[in-house]
Ligand binder design. Structure first.
Ligand SMILES: O=P(O)(O)OC[C@H]1O[C@H](OP(=O)(O)OP(=O)(O)O)[C@H](O)[C@@H]1O
Ligand SMILES: O=c1[nH]c(=O)c2nc[nH]c2[nH]1
Length: 193
């Protein structure tokens, strides 16, 4: 998606440790017009599929998933929580995921009320790196007996391999920008096309 690539080139910075910082528009300050355009792009890509629910993971996926839902007939958006809470009751699907930016394991929890065997799920997230977050969400869908229809990602770091492993496993992964390489010394960012 050209608009997203241009924003990454203009406003993104490359940090050591394979970190791309795009918090000016994607995952701290949020550009909702861009999010709306991203939702439209995923709706075009997944047009032939029946989607009954969007599933994401807190925190950064939530805003993007909500904007995307407007392009999928206002389907419900469920976000997996990364901490137990007195606000979480009843039976839950749970697993654990290693967080790339926080560098520790988190529980990943969805109430059984909000993920069902009949659901046809689109997974949405801001970043795809090693694929840990998505593998966790897929596991929750498998536990629930829900069908994963596809995966919509804003920024995939292709060189980390998580996306290609998911594609090899048969998942339809639509990443709107795939970073092929990035250099913290020069700041150069190259995209896969
Ligand atoms: O493919 P992976 O290696 O799993 O990396 C991608 C995940 O990393 C980030 O989550 P993180 O927990 O770092 O932070 P967040 O709270 O900003 O969503 C991002 O939002 C994805 O969920
Ligand atoms: O802001 C972010 N930059 C990244 O490079 C990254 N990788 C996973 N999650 C990420 N979030």
């Amino acid at each position: 998606m050209q608009e997203l690539e241009e924003r990454i080139q203009a406003e993104g910075t490359v940090k050591a440790g394979d970190v791309l910082k795009v918090d000016a528009f994607l995952n701290h300050q949020c550009d909702v017009r861009l999010f709306d355009h991203m939702g439209a792009a995923w709706a075009e890509h997944f047009a032939g599929k029946t989607i009954t629910k969007i599933l994401t993971i807190e925190a950064s996926g939530i805003g993007i998933a909500c904007c995307a839902a407007r392009h999928f007939g206002d389907v419900p958006v469920v976000f997996a929580k990364k901490a137990q809470s007195i606000n979480l009751d009843g039976d839950q699907y749970t697993t654990t995921v290693y967080s790339f930016t926080k560098q520790k394991e988190f529980p990943v929890i969805v109430s059984k009320k909000y993920l069902n065997p009949g659901d046809h799920v689109l997974l949405i997230d801001d970043f795809l790196a090693n694929g840990k977050a998505l593998r966790g969400l897929i596991e929750l869908c498998e536990e629930a007996g829900a069908t994963v229809e596809g995966i919509g990602i804003a920024v995939e770091k292709g060189f980390q391999g998580g996306g290609d492993q998911l594609r090899a496993d048969g998942y339809d992964v639509d990443s709107l920008a795939i970073v092929e390489s990035m250099d913290p010394e020069t700041g150069k960012i190259e995209f896969r096309h």
